[in-house]
Design a protein around this ligand. Structure first.
Ligand code: OXD
Ligand code: MN
Length: 608
């Protein structure tokens, strides 16, 4: 017997073939019609409308526990927490299988995989046809952005994955609130998702920016399947932002209040799995806390930014309502705030399970546990030669768990941005911190960002690739237009944020990290804030404005001024090689390179 059909507990289950029987809470005629068509195509056994209530979330978590999708963890230690194990072939974003589907290839550009719109619909229709037979279709209405914000966007996701439905409740403002925000309006994103048979051969994550539509098939992994996140809030939103004059970026957003009570907000773009969550939740060294420094989190992955017409300043919101953070390496020392975020009402994915119903991952504790069940469900011991948790294992936790949540995190008017920081993961060449000379130079710095690849996407780990604005896998249209959009935003602003570049990952010849990172990044952040507030010294270098070694506070660190000089050193020959390696991106863009990019490059060459 079909378990899901037997367990159908929706207060208003419908006969899937009868669109008129869709739950009455859905009043928007266009939404009803679209769901009816998807039901007709996918042929689910039942539909289940997610209303966003705590009672319903619990009902789904219980259902998932019964059918094996979830494992209930030790409720004394981790109240409300569950573990999910994904299919081992489905543990990261599949960039090769992610497509931008537009009428012409030029709209998609050289950095995305392209499929022609009609061809893509036809191909995916073949896969979606009947794919939910015997399964429940969850209807997940959600809002990205604080409700009532001028930028808030409504999405409706249809999915046959219970894990996706319960995760969307954590990551977005989900449920009836979305119907209220949408009313009879017609600006909403149509998100259709099915696990299919979780086969990489039949896995497609397709975006139709011109139709405000996303179809994702064959994966249950967060970035491929929680469609409010990378698909809507970055790929579709970046396209909408270009059309409508605002920006969607792969950035964390943090507040920093100094001893004088002045608050600055900083947005920072680092590539996936390169410490955005840690930076957004930074605990400053004790000395800074005693002086009165306070760091607060607005978001850890995505910002939407627009220019406030009244002040001419850039403002930003975090469109998400939760965190989908990397587990390995997260612990009480590296990120105590993240540990608080995930100690209740969190969903762990691909962590190891301990005998007492707790979870573990590499780097959680110095001493590994004596035994565990690994992320694939196999018995594990420290000497077995395998990892207990997957390198891209994750936690999904609501942002309201964050003890350092910024008071403006839900403010529809967002926060004003003082600084934008770009960060690469670079073992060599790139110094700890420098400031771009101005906005246009800063855009060039962001556009040529290079970083070593991580486990957040399938493929080789540790190779340097160009990752413009850390957005390479997330720009939903032609990169040429994206960069021009960045340059043009300057014209809208009266007082624009200062732009910086940081690299926490420089190593010595033996491969040891040169900078301690984590909470000590506060020392660099302080210089950044002081620069924004006109208080700190900088000297002009080839790359930009740089602090002298004595301008970064080293008190309490074992690092000497001369060691800091090594971390800050710029070798002009290495910068020349860096320039050559930028060719990779420039050649791809060929004749389409924005003029300002060429100009900034010429300036850098002349400085060299
Ligand atoms: C993420 C990513 O999950 O960037 O945030 O891959
Ligand atoms: Mn990310």
């Amino acid at each position: 017997m079909n378990l899901q059909a037997k367990e159908r507990v929706n207060p208003s289950p419908v006969s899937p073939r009868d669109p008129r029987a869709l739950p009455p809470q859905i009043t928007n005629a266009a939404v009803r019609e679209w769901i009816a068509r998807c039901v007709e195509m996918c042929q689910p056994e039942a539909v289940y409308l997610c209303d966003g209530s705590a009672a319903q979330q619990q009902e789904l978590l219980d259902r998932g526990t019964r059918d094996g999708t979830l494992i209930r963890l030790n409720q004394q230690k981790l109240p409300g927490c569950y573990l999910h194990r994904s299919n081992p072939n489905d543990v990261a974003r599949s960039e090769q299988l992610t497509f931008i589907c537009t009428a012409s290839e030029d709209m998609c550009g050289p950095t995305n995989n392209w499929m022609e719109t009609k061809t893509a619909y036809a191909k995916l229709r073949g896969l979606f046809d009947g794919c939910m037979r015997g399964r429940t279709m969850y209807i997940v209405p959600f809002v990205m952005g604080p409700v009532g914000s001028p930028l808030a966007k409504v999405g409706v996701q249809l999915t046959d994955s219970l894990y996706v439905a319960v995760s969307m409740a954590v990551m977005t403002r989900m449920g009836d609130v979305a119907w209220k925000q949408l009313g009879e309006g017609d600006e909403w994103t149509r998100c259709l998702h099915s696990l299919g048979d979780v086969n990489p051969e039949r896995r497609y994550i397709c975006h139709f920016p011109q139709d405000n539509t996303i179809w994702s098939f064959g994966s249950g992994y967060g970035g491929n399947a929680l469609l409010g996140k990378k698909s809507l809030a970055l790929r579709i939103a970046s396209y909408l932002g270009w059309q409508q004059g605002w920006m969607a970026e792969h950035m964390l957003l943090m507040g920093a209040k100094g001893p004088d009570g002045k608050k600055a907000y900083i947005a920072a773009a680092f590539p996936s799995a390169s410490g955005k969550t840690n930076f957004a939740m930074m605990t400053p060294p004790a000395k800074y806390q005693e002086q009165g420094w306070e760091i607060t989190t607005v978001g850890d992955d995505i910002v939407w930014m627009w220019v406030d017409p009244a002040t001419g300043r850039l403002r930003a919101v975090n469109p998400e309502a939760g965190y989908f953070g990397v587990l390995p390496g997260t612990n009480e020392k590296t990120n105590p705030i993240a540990m608080r975020c995930m100690d209740r009402n969190a969903i762990y994915t691909n962590a190891a399970l301990l005998p007492d119903g707790d979870v573990w991952w590499e780097g959680k504790t110095e001493q590994p546990p004596r035994e565990a069940i690994d992320w694939t469900g196999q018995p594990w011991t420290p000497d077995c030669g395998r990892k207990a948790a997957h390198p891209n294992s994750r936690f999904t936790a609501p942002m309201c768990n964050n003890p350092a949540l910024d008071p403006a995190a839900n403010d529809p008017n967002g926060v004003p941005i003082s600084a934008i920081v770009f960060g690469g993961r670079r073992s060599r060449t790139i110094p700890l911190v420098y400031q771009a000379f101005n906005w246009m130079h800063g855009v060039y710095v962001g556009a040529t960002l290079g970083s070593e690849t991580t486990a957040a996407a399938t493929g080789q780990v540790g190779v340097v690739r160009r990752d413009p604005m850390a957005m390479l896998p997330f720009i939903g249209y032609n990169i040429r237009d994206y960069l021009v959009h960045w340059f043009r935003m300057r014209k809208k602003m009266k007082d624009c944020p200062r732009i910086f570049h940081v690299n926490w990952f420089r190593r010595d010849e033996q491969g040891h990290f040169l900078w301690p990172g984590f909470g000590d990044n506060m020392r660099v952040l302080k210089w950044i804030i002081d620069r924004c507030q006109g208080r700190a010294y900088a000297s002009e270098t080839t790359l930009g404005w740089m602090p002298r070694a004595e301008d970064i506070d080293l008190e309490g660190l074992s690092l000497t001024v001369s060691q800091l000089e090594v971390i800050q050193s710029v070798d002009n020959d290495a910068v020349k090689n860096e320039l050559l390696s930028q060719e990779e991106l420039f050649l791809k863009m060929a004749g389409d390179l924005p003029k300002e990019m060429v100009f900034q490059r010429e300036l850098l060459i002349s400085r060299l």
